[in-house]
Design a protein around this ligand. Structure first.
Ligand code: SF4
Length: 332
């Protein structure tokens, strides 16, 4: 990465992040159901070390889900059916790239679960900033990275523009109005419904002020029963409720930032540039033939992923900045 920086191949205007699954050296035939798995006291030291890494939040400890199968020879490998085809044991290689020339600025191995991949993106952004003093103006990624929590981290803590589709489950499919049909008025802390009525958190003043935050970290905005009772379009809004309620995530403002960016021409450009990271994964598998890991455990995966990414950067460097020796041999 330092060579690429010295050669001016990293502009740091925009980064893109993504993850790809690589099969682990573990077989289904020798696996055990996750619920029956227990670590024996006399387990090999390497196995115990591998399992210790699982407590690392960035590696995927965020998920409390018991995997369906565990491989005793590599218990940190994740049983995953994410490819919609057959399930297999895998690790995820995570790339953070500069979108100018597709230079990989950081790489991280994780379990093949979304929480771990999002955790890795944060680790890599922090590490790249600390190591090279590089922080991008924007980060491009797919909707797996578009949770309110992650968008808030990018917008509020890192001051990085999220060129990321918002992960939003609030869209309704039963024909009634979705949250996007309600207009948010930040200055008045209220929504305006399609009939022009307001939805507020509190319709009266409480002697003891309330936080208004629900146990799942959201605020509820309610229409008044009087407005909904007399509303002509109630059937399209809340046919089975007395009045409409609209929940708002505490980090909805960060989602709004991402939504506004998604409507700009710059977003369209960064969406195309994001494809460079997918091309690197395709190259990794088809040309470098990294379809299955040879080493076991998180450290083995980390080493192989780091070496492969280094090889890809060297190829890029040789292609974009070829240096000819006096004998005509191209050196990097
Ligand atoms: S039912 Fe209530 S919230 Fe829905 S559109 Fe009518 S007045 Fe607005």
């Amino acid at each position: 990465v330092e060579r690429c920086l010295a050669q001016g191949l990293v502009g740091a205007e925009g980064f893109a992040v993504d993850a790809s699954l690589i099969a682990a050296d573990a077989n289904k035939q020798r696996s055990v159901p996750g619920a029956e798995w227990e670590i024996k006291d006399d387990a090999r030291r390497s196995v115990q070390e591998d399992l210790a890494v699982l407590d690392d939040a960035a590696f995927g400890a965020a998920s409390p889900v018991t995997p369906k199968f565990i491989s005793p020879s590599d218990p940190a490998a994740q049983w995953t059916g994410a490819h919609k085809g057959h399930a297999f044991f895998a690790y995820a290689t995570n790339y953070l790239i500069d979108t100018d020339h597709g230079v990989i600025v950081d790489v991280e191995a994780t379990r093949a679960i979304r929480q771990a991949e999002v955790g890795a993106s944060r680790t890599m952004i922090d590490r790249t900033e600390n190591r090279f003093g590089l922080k991008p103006d924007y980060l491009a990624a797919d909707s797996a990275y578009g949770s309110a929590d992650n968008l808030a981290w990018l917008v509020k803590e890192k001051d990085i523009a999220p060129h990321i589709p918002v992960f939003d489950k609030s869209n309704r499919t039963d024909g009634t109005f979705s949250r996007s049909d309600f207009t948010w008025e930040a200055e008045n802390d209220r929504y305006i419904c399609p009939a022009g009525k307001e939805l507020k958190q509190f319709h009266r003043t409480y002697a003891t002020p309330r936080s208004g935050i629900t146990s799942d970290g959201r605020r509820l905005y309610r229409a008044s029963k009087k407005d909904c009772d007399g509303c002509e379009i109630k059937q399209r809004c809340c046919p089975n409720a007395v009045a409409r309620k609209v929940p708002r995530d505490l980090n909805e403002d960060a989602r709004d930032v991402a939504r506004a960016i998604a409507a700009t021409p710059e977003y369209e450009q960064s969406r195309h540039r994001r494809k460079k990271v997918e091309m690197l994964f395709a190259h990794l598998k088809r040309i470098l033939r990294m379809a299955r890991l040879r080493l076991r455990g998180p450290c083995g995966a980390r080493d192989e992923f780091l070496l492969a990414a280094t090889a890809q950067n060297l190829r890029r460097l040789a292609k974009l900045r070829p240096q000819r020796s006096p004998h005509g041999i191209i050196a990097v």
